[in-house]
Design a protein around this ligand. Sequence first.
Ligand SMILES: Cc1cc2nc3c(=O)[nH]c(=O)nc-3n(C[C@H](O)[C@H](O)[C@H](O)COP(=O)(O)OP(=O)(O)OC[C@H]3O[C@@H](n4cnc5c(N)ncnc54)[C@H](O)[C@@H]3O)c2cc1C
Length: 405
Amino acid sequence: MTETVLVLGGGQAGAQAAASLRQEGFGGRILLIGAEPLLPYQRPPLSKAFLAGELPRERLLIKPEAFYRQADIEPMLGVAATALDVQARHLSLDDGRRLAFDRLLLATGGRPRPLDCPGADHSRLHYLRTVADVEHLRRHFHTGARLVIIGAGYIGLEVAAVAAKHGLRVTVLEAAPRALARVTSPEVSAFFQRIHTEAGVEIRCNTGVVRIEGTADLARVITGDGAGLDADLVLAGIGLLPNVELAQSAGIACDNGILVDELGNTSAAGILAAGDCANHPNAIYGCRFRLESVHNAIEQAKTAAATMAGKRKPYAQVPWFWSDQYDIKLQTAGINRGYDSVVVRGDPATRSFAVFYLLGERLLAVDAINRPAEFIAARTLIPRRAAVDATRLADDAVPVKDLLA
Ligand SMILES: Cc1cc2nc3c(=O)[nH]c(=O)nc-3n(C[C@H](O)[C@H](O)[C@H](O)COP(=O)(O)OP(=O)(O)OC[C@H]3O[C@@H](n4cnc5c(N)ncnc54)[C@H](O)[C@@H]3O)c2cc1C
């Protein structure tokens, strides 16, 4: 009998898993189910070139429509799964259909964490996760418009950069003492705060939002210190909630994401998970992570597809991530959690430097700012777990290739 694999979630991980299943030789039926009406598309440009109007919508697609036809992958778009029966092995959809499966991949991603304060339903308050979100946001993206961004994380700062270039008047409110506090060091935070300030963006740290007031056309953002900021547009970029509810209510183990093993298996036989929704063990770091990055979504999907095709390709990757702001490309390799020292190579004033994160003599991660060679070197050094020489790392005169010796 023909086997059926359901891939739930038409995002980066879902698209990759469907394609990789065919590459791994799976000859059964593949259904790719997605709540959004579009074929799987890349999200990173949503806060960069697509928001800036420099990339047409068609160029966002991960694979063209013809690919799915040729690979015999059946997309089912604009339909959401509402219930999962692990024992009976079927998935219920919001259009009343019930799909039987042999194996199921949960690639349900996440949704923006909602702002939790009075006035959070204001019509000028936006989030950024989907093409539809960008299209709403763009309606008010005009020169001179006042934009208040809540949260100085990557998405907030990328939007700030695009908006500043478009002549909007941008204020970023951050509850923590510095921008990017959850993900990077004070050195890198200070650098990004400086380049935004130079571009005319005002960043207010230690500033929480207590409520949003105003009329339908104008929001007034009230902060903890009693100040009020008028805004034509408000964007909240305060993190992501993984979409785990379907798995959770089906009895699948979850803890900050759907728990998977190194092959992508969840606690339920024949059900796997990958991407932003999955919490996986990382052999290089010896602990669990739930990551939100394209590289992670792609690589976990490849692992899960191999498992579903009866092969064994354990996930053991150095995570990496990038962010584009103005003329700056930040590339991060590894996870800096638990570092006890930093080594700075190069001069932040030149807009080209790298910050290495060490635990003892072991390299955990790097933030490379306009420094692709250091980024690539770190991806080689991190999994070696060998001792690195901090003095040589810091010395810009030592060629990067010699750091690998
Ligand atoms: C604005 C923005 C900028 C980013 N920039 C970068 C970057 O520069 N670099 C980087 O590495 N990463 C970046 N990311 C993160 C990256 O895009 C994500 O990590 C990646 O998209 C995760 O892929 P995924 O398939 O796990 O989830 P998603 O892409 O979120 O896809 C999940 C899909 O599942 C669907 N779904 C959920 N539940 C159901 C259901 N019950 N039924 C049917 N469908 C369902 C959702 O509608 C969604 O379409 C960015 C993300 C955003 C939003």
